[in-house]
Write a new protein. Structure first.
Length: 435
């Protein structure tokens, strides 16, 4: 076990416990425990250091010494700072005995032994644990058989599995995933540029960035007439609503941005999962970006590029827009799925960037963001974003937004951010721009 500094003795006592691990057939030092945390009957389990497991990329040292209890019988998932329960797993987006996966589901594993292995669920059974694979002996869990693409199989408890689908609302990707996206390929093939150099002075827009209002209108009309959801199913927007939206587009100066801010309902809501919800205009456009499917994205691309142009450049002068800077917030009703939380952790640790696939709406009013965070009676998740002064890569759209009181700053798709800090319900980012 790694070295721990000696704690103050008026609050803690050093317990030199060496306990046998039936799962590993050897002994490990349990290290330092607080007196108030240890009571008769508690079972203290020391897990091997993450440094000993080459397949594990998360070196959270606090995972080394974890105490199982009857109320929190799972241990060894780096997504949690200690032992956890089936309820904890469910709240964090993992499967559990309370919400087990179904045969055929695509899953990813967060157990150290099968770290980030992906596969298809073959079988799910409720079993009593023998103390191996991260569940306290005698506790009941959902045991899942998973087959990977290369043909090998493994078994683990459902509380170590999450959906392999990371295309949620506010979907996150790495720079490598951005470069390999359908979006980047289509933009570059269309004569545009999926990247943009950072600048702190006003310069003219490159010709490749320009998309006319007429081109965007044609794209809007085609997209509304052939919209498909994440499953490839038709989203049938009523004809009269299409005409209404096109009429609004014709009337407004920065029409594509104004239309985005309207929160116009297209169809009845059919999914409680926001990443699959195409019922509102702005969500439908963002989920077209999040799912990165060529069929829908290709039709909407000129509309999206027109929005990006208006965010980055002045339509009349063609000069680049620079954001004044400051702090903005975004409240999401759903916490990022485990795969995306892991991307945030990796980016913070490695000093790399993360990208949001969609347009990212933020506000300079923290109270408004907090209201959005709580709007579906869930704990939600808060994004705090620091924007450098004279920043190229975002625009305060208060002057064109339907809801001007929200003081909205809008970031283009695939904007890059540095992760400054990350907690269970909040992430602090630094805006970097388009890379």
């Amino acid at each position: 076990a790694p070295h721990h500094p000696a704690p103050r003795m008026d609050h803690f006592a050093r317990l030199n416990l060496t306990l046998a691990s039936p799962a590993m057939g050897q002994s490990f030092c349990a290290g330092i425990c607080t007196l108030q945390d240890v009571s008769a009957g508690d079972e203290i389990v020391a897990l091997p250091s993450l440094k000993d497991a080459e397949a594990v990329s998360d070196p959270d040292e606090e995972q080394v010494n974890i105490r199982w209890t009857a109320s929190r019988p799972f241990a060894g998932n780096p997504a949690f700072k200690g032992a956890y329960s089936a309820q904890d797993a469910t709240r964090a987006g993992f499967y559990s005995v309370l919400r087990p996966p179904e045969p055929g589901d695509q899953v990813v594993c967060f157990h150290r032994k099968h770290w980030l292995e992906r596969g298809v669920v073959q079988e799910v059974n409720e079993e009593i644990s023998d103390g191996q694979d991260g569940l306290k002996e005698g506790a009941e869990g959902a045991r899942v058989s998973v087959t990977c693409e290369d043909g090998h199989s493994f078994k683990t408890w459902a509380a170590f599995l999450a959906s392999a689908d990371d295309r949620e609302y506010s979907a996150i990707c790495t720079t490598e995933e951005f470069q390999e996206s359908v979006y980047a390929r289509l933009v570059n093939a269309d004569g545009g540029d999926a990247t943009a150099k950072q600048r702190t002075s006003r310069v003219a827009a490159p010709e490749a960035a320009r998309v006319t209002k007429a081109e965007a209108r044609e794209s809007l009309q085609a997209w509304l007439g052939a919209m498909v959801d994440a499953d490839g199913e038709e989203v049938a927007v009523p004809s009269e609503l299409k005409e209404e939206l096109l009429g609004i587009f014709d009337e407004k100066q920065d029409a594509s941005l104004h239309l985005y801010s309207l929160h116009k309902r297209l169809v009845p809501r059919t999914s409680l999962k926001k990443g699959n919800d195409y019922s509102l205009y702005y969500q439908a456009l963002n989920n077209t970006l999040n799912h990165d499917a060529e069929e829908g994205l290709k039709t909407a691309l000129p509309l999206i590029r027109r929005m990006m142009f208006l965010l980055l450049y002045d339509d009349e002068t063609g000069q680049s827009r620079l954001h004044e800077g400051g702090r903005v917030w975004k409240g999401d009703s759903e916490r990022p799925v485990p795969l995306n939380m892991q991307k945030l952790k990796d980016a913070q640790r490695n000093g790399t960037f993360i990208h949001f696939r969609q347009f990212q709406s933020t506000t300079s009013d923290e109270k408004i963001a907090d209201r959005f965070r709580k709007r579906e009676d869930k704990p939600g998740f808060m994004w705090v974003i620091d924007v450098p002064p004279q920043f190229f890569g975002a625009r305060n759209i208060q002057d064109v937004s339907w809801r001007s009181n929200e003081s909205e700053t809008l970031f283009p798709p695939y904007s890059a951010f540095q992760v400054l800090s990350l907690e269970d319900d909040i992430c602090h980012l630094q805006a970097v721009g388009l890379l």
